[in-house]
Design a protein around this ligand. Structure first.
Ligand code: FE2
Length: 429
């Protein structure tokens, strides 16, 4: 007997009408039909069941601070950084915790239960780290929250950048971050990556770098990160976030760079919503998209995950903790619209991101943790098209969020009374 059976679910790999048996918080069976009884039965009614979503790149210390202390008028990355610099000295631990917890509630409702957040370590008070370490503990029963020590104002460029980053790691922040393109010179950026990878190797930590979030085709921090990864034996433990310079680089150079990244086992995490919003700001027309080369990185066997980066903060006034919204943007900007490519993009917000984050027990195989979301859509393609309601969200086999399906009640003579956008508008099989 299972604790719970989810009946008649469609899976991201295309299997349809599958039953999932859950025992002691783990997936115990994945079969066409499970005959046995269960404590609880959830009828998925032929809708998509996915492992819960992962966001491997977020800023939880800044989220929901939109309008504090004022709005970003130009909408640029640099005004965002300046605005954050105005807000930062006024931050209190209580306010940070309150905002982060409100965000986590929203994330749960969206089936987003695995989040890697950067924590700005530029203010030597480190109130950001203190607050998010507390939040990590408060939400641990329902969200895996990883924290990255992120020297927003530069590891070398800010007066106490290096010292504060190490102090945050001492406090329990578990990943080493960096921002080489924001250092004063290309050489300082290179040296920062050398230092940060050494810190990670010495402490046995992972690395996650805001790497070349710029339109500069000559920026070379991605190759440095790949080289330092190999030099310090960090293969598989390093994530290059953004990588937008690669959009603008010379094609011949990229043909050398991508194999170096693959050799280093680097993960790549573009942030499509933010990249399309912030990059190309110095262009007139034609205007660059700024998203890194998602399809080409995937084709080279590099693990590509997608991040959200921001929700309602100095850099981005939108966002809703919805990783499908991120996937939807990626499909458009990377021009990956075939059924197979949409599947690859869906992987980028689920299994690939779990790999970037080093999550254990993630997935839909027997023995995996029963962290699951049922969507009001029939399959992956329809989920990306519809950004559908998350009907059920389960953590360790327990339902922690339910949302009523979106059903429109029509009053039109001769037309159906009710339509379900998730099931009534499927393309021909
Ligand atoms: Fe970021």
């Amino acid at each position: 007997m299972f604790d719970t059976i989810i009946r008649n679910a469609n899976l991201p790999d295309g299997r349809k009408g599958i039953d999932i048996g859950i025992t002691a918080g783990k997936i115990a069976a994945v079969e066409a039909t499970l005959p046995t009884e269960a404590g609880e039965v959830i009828d998925a009614t032929g809708r998509l069941l996915s492992p819960t979503f992962c966001d491997p790149h977020f800023h939880m210390d800044a989220t929901l601070s939109l309008g504090l202390p004022r709005m970003n008028v130009s909408g640029t990355l640099l005004e965002g950084i300046a605005l954050w610099g105005e807000l930062r000295p006024t931050l209190t631990k209580e306010a940070l915790v309150e905002r982060a917890l409100r965000y986590c509630d929203l994330a749960v409702s969206q089936g987003l239960l695995h989040i890697r957040s950067h924590v700005d370590t530029s203010d030597p008070r480190l109130v950001t780290a203190e607050a998010l370490l507390e939040v990590r503990d408060l939400v641990k029963d329902y969200i895996d929250l990883q924290l990255v020590a992120f020297p927003q104002d530069g590891y070398y460029r800010a007066a106490d950048g290096a010292k504060s980053l190490e102090r945050a790691l001492d406090m329990g922040v578990e990943i080493v971050g960096g921002i080489p393109h924001f250092e004063r010179t290309m050489e300082d950026g290179r040296r920062s990556l050398e230092a940060l990878c050494r810190i990670a190797a010495d402490r046995g930590l992972m690395v996650d770098i805001h790497c070349d979030e710029t339109d500069d085709p000559m920026s070379r921090h991605v190759e440095t990160l790949a080289a330092e990864t190999v030099r310090h034996g960090l293969q598989g433990r390093v994530n290059g976030s953004h990588l937008t310079s690669m959009h603008s680089m010379d094609n011949y150079y990229v043909s050398k760079l991508i194999p170096l990244m693959a050799e280093a086992g680097m993960n790549a995490t573009p942030n499509p919503l933010i990249n399309i919003m912030l990059q190309g700001r110095h262009d007139t027309f034609p205007k660059r998209r700024g998203l890194t080369r998602v399809r080409e990185l995937m084709a080279a066997g590099i693990n590509v995950s997608l991040g959200q980066d921001c929700t309602m903060d100095p850099w981005y006034s939108m966002g809703s903790a919805d990783m499908i919204e991120v996937a939807h943007m990626a499909v458009h900007v990377a021009q990956m619209g075939s059924v197979a490519e949409k599947g690859q993009i869906f992987d980028a917000i689920t299994v690939n991101s779990a790999r970037t984050m080093g999550l254990e027990g993630y997935g839909l195989a027997v023995g995996c943790k029963a962290n699951l979301v049922i969507l009001q859509a029939a399959d992956v393609t329809e989920a990306i098209r519809l950004k559908p309601v998350r009907l059920y969200v389960l953590r360790d086999g327990r339902v922690i969020s339910r949302t009523a399906p979106r059903l429109a009640q029509l009053s039109l003579t001769g037309r159906p009374g009710q339509i379900d956008p998730g099931l009534d508008y499927l393309p021909p099989a």
